[in-house]
Design a protein around this ligand. Structure first.
Ligand SMILES: Nc1ncnc2c1ncn2[C@@H]1O[C@H](COP(=O)(O)OP(=O)(O)OP(=O)(O)O)[C@@H](O)[C@H]1O
Ligand SMILES: [Mg+2]
Length: 494
């Protein structure tokens, strides 16, 4: 009995795994069965496929139809199996010649009238098709998205009928065109910020080396204002970074208009966000905020207000740049190399340290508030900066600050220097990759005793010091760079 085979993919995180759809039509009691660890969306695909075929006037024969999704030990989730299942049936029914589909993989959801609608992970499907040296059949509206994964034969089909006509040579589908990302634009500019020179300096260092940063300051001192201006001083993503980020957004179903993402993402989840929405996961596994911030910024405003579990879940990705989500039968990994920018008040009332305004519960008020930020999490924060609000009477008289484009140029130069030297940012360096002079070593040793720095703390200190040296175009860490870096490692209010 002949078996028809069509290629498609399952996705583990954003990685494609080859799946073969096997279709067998045999004599027996009429039935239509899908086997091979299919979830509910996949088993429901039976009804959509039947309806789509009927809409074209094709009725399934009263026979035993068996669909196997192989390998059968991988969980199959999602609606993108509709199209390959329908194509398998069309071949089994001798409507499309089998050899026509040998060189294609397919993904797409079917609606009841036979239209092919959008699915997640199309770019990753192209990457899978490239490795199999095949073309890809995908929804028409995702043709340009599919092209981002590789320059292969893409058939972007609006409906099932158009695929049949294409393979029968009646009406050839036009190849999709690559769409270009819009020009970079930013809503906010550093120009708006008056004064706050030391906070802006810390922001520039964080941007240059990709360092995590925590801003502590009273209400209205400009913490959120600073953080939202960070994107305006960051360079665009490299082609490789852009592909990774765009694939994650495609996996989350958040890719707007099929254009590649060129700017570092800025994610700003509210502190009421659940741990799953931050890390990813859920019944249908989706990337969380930390993955959506891959190669960009995760801004956590009101840092201690996040749940303790959410904050602790950041520890693993902050260290290794990815998140592993445990499921019943396997682990799913998403990339999560983000720059953490956090902001908080020093205490619940917000004014600890301001003798005129602080509440009577100081310092207990502050201790209770900051308790949620554990030692290990704090250890992973490279730069802690205390924001001094500018006096209200100065807000009008002080002139505006430097424009973001000017700062962005310095950041770009410092980043280029890092890529030339070590092919990544300073935030990814190991201890042994940073050389130190004898005098700097002495300062580091002394400071590590005084501040009781951990081994990780020292590595992170040296990374920041190197970024400071890079910004001032020095070839190695000197005394002023290490002294400035040390000032960002003091945690006196925490
Ligand atoms: N240095 C400054 N230059 C210009 N405007 C400022 C400055 N600092 C604060 N502001 C003004 O104050 C507003 C409040 O600042 P922002 O929201 O950033 O404070 P915050 O530190 O995040 O406060 P909170 O702790 O309450 O969240 C800004 O939107 C801006 O209008
Ligand atoms: Mg704020």
């Amino acid at each position: 009995m002949a078996i028809t085979r069509i290629s498609t993919f399952a996705f583990s995180g954003i990685d494609p795994i080859s799946v073969e759809i096997q279709v067998q039509i045999s004599r027996g009691l009429p039935a239509f069965t899908i086997v091979g660890l299919a979830d509910k969306a996949v088993t429901e695909s039976r009804e959509r496929v039947k309806a789509a075929l009927i809409s074209m006037g094709i009725a399934l024969p009263p026979k035993r139809i068996l669909i196997n999704l192989s390998p059968a030990d991988i969980i199959k989730e999602g609606t993108h199996y509709d199209l390959p299942i329908a194509l398998g049936l069309l071949v089994a029914l001798d409507i499309i010649p089998e050899e026509m589909l040998l060189n294609y993989a397919a993904v797409g959801e079917l609606s009841l009238d036979g239209k092919v609608s959008a699915v997640n992970n199309v770019i990753s499907a192209t990457i899978g098709a490239v490795s199999q040296e095949k073309g890809l059949i995908c929804p028409a509206i995702q043709g340009s998205e599919a092209l981002l994964g590789g320059d292969i034969d893409i058939l972007a089909a609006p409906d099932l009928l158009s695929i049949i006509q294409h393979f029968l040579g009646k009406q050839i589908l036009t190849p999709p065109k690559m769409l270009q990302a819009p020009n970079t634009s930013h809503d906010y500019d550093l120009f708006d910020i008056k004064g706050m020179e030391s906070a802006k300096r810390a922001l520039e260092i964080a941007a240059s080396g990709g360092h995590s940063m925590l801003m502590i300051g009273p209400p209205g001192s400009g913490k959120s204002m600073l953080a939202t201006r960070l994107p305006s001083i960051l360079p665009d993503l490299t082609a490789q970074q852009s592909l990774e980020v765009t694939r994650i957004y495609s996996a989350a179903g958040l890719l707007n208009g099929s254009v590649p993402i060129r700017q570092p993402p800025f994610r700003n989840p509210h502190h009421s966000a659940s741990q799953v929405s931050l890390t990813g996961g859920g019944i249908k596994v989706k990337p969380g905020e930390i993955s959506l911030a891959h190669h960009g910024i995760l801004f956590l405003d009101e840092f201690p207000e996040f749940t303790k579990n959410s904050l602790e879940a950041l520890r693993q990705p902050l260290e290794n740049g990815k998140i592993s989500i445990a499921r019943a039968m396997n682990h799913i990994t998403f990339p999560a190399k983000f720059q953490l920018i956090a902001a908080m008040n020093p205490c619940r009332c917000g004014y600890m340290g301001d003798t005129e305004r602080e509440c009577h519960r100081v310092p207990r008020c502050g201790e209770e508030y900051t308790r949620k930020i554990s030692g290990p999490l704090l250890d992973r924060i490279d730069i802690v900066t205390y924001i001094e609000p500018i006096p209200p009477r100065d807000i009008v008289s002080i002139p505006n600050g430097e424009k973001s484009v000017k700062v962005a140029k310095r950041v770009k130069k410092a980043r280029e220097k890092q890529f030339e030297r070590q092919n990544n940012l300073n935030c990814e360096l190991n201890n042994n990759q940073i050389s130190l002079s004898a005098s700097v070593t002495e300062i580091v040793e002394k400071a590590s005793m005084q501040l009781r720095l951990s081994a990780r703390g020292i590595t992170r200190l040296l990374r920041v010091a190197l970024t400071i040296a890079d910004l001032s175009e020095k070839d190695e860490i000197d005394i002023s760079s290490i002294t400035e870096a040390l000032s960002y490692r003091k945690r006196n209010l925490l």
